[in-house]
Design a protein around this ligand. Structure first.
Ligand SMILES: [Zn+2]
Length: 172
């Protein structure tokens, strides 16, 4: 599992992933974040020497604790998907469920056919995309790969598990 995107997009996806999930204690097998957990978090922080009140405590900055076992080593729970450590899997799940999958071949063919005119012999007409694909499939494949990787570096597309997506769900 892996994804590629600009740092700026990753920050947005990370924030979205936290928004879409809840902290989850695996030992107690429960979603964390009710009033008891908040009170516990404030108390646990005050032992550490930080003085927050329930009003000034902020989940994102100060973190949750499970009030039943005292753990702050929490998983993330994504409704309908499951629980797991880390946040990367949530980002991947968001990409694959919320973002538009790019039809690479169609998009690259369209680009080639805009860049190069068709070749005509008599009544026959050959498109640049077909000519390259038929006669130099390796060049076609490499060119396609480079084209989409460039779009990823520009922040126009994101790559996830070998496919490209438009970052619709975090569109600025
Ligand atoms: Zn717990």
């Amino acid at each position: 599992m892996s994804f590629q995107m600009t740092e700026e997009l990753e920050d947005q996806f990370r924030a979205l992933a936290y928004d879409h999930t809840e902290p989850f204690c695996y030992s107690c097998y429960r979603i964390v974040g009710n009033e008891h957990d908040k009170v516990y978090a404030v108390a646990a922080q005050s032992i550490e020497g930080n003085s927050y009140s329930l009003e000034t405590w902020d989940a994102e900055t100060h973190g949750y604790f499970c009030h039943k076992c005292g753990s702050d080593d929490l998983m993330r729970h994504l409704e309908g998907v499951g629980v797991e450590w880390g946040i990367e899997w949530v980002i991947e799940s968001l990409i694959e469920s919320e973002c538009g999958l790019v039809d690479e071949e169609a998009a690259y063919d369209e680009l080639l056919d805009e860049l190069y005119p068709p070749y005509e012999i008599g009544y026959s007409k050959f498109f640049a995309s077909d000519i390259l694909k038929e006669n130099d499939p390796i060049c076609y494949r490499i060119g396609k790969q480079e084209h989409f990787d460039d779009r990823v570096h520009e922040g126009i597309l994101i790559e996830c598990n070998g496919s490209y997506y438009t970052p619709d769900c975090v569109a600025a």
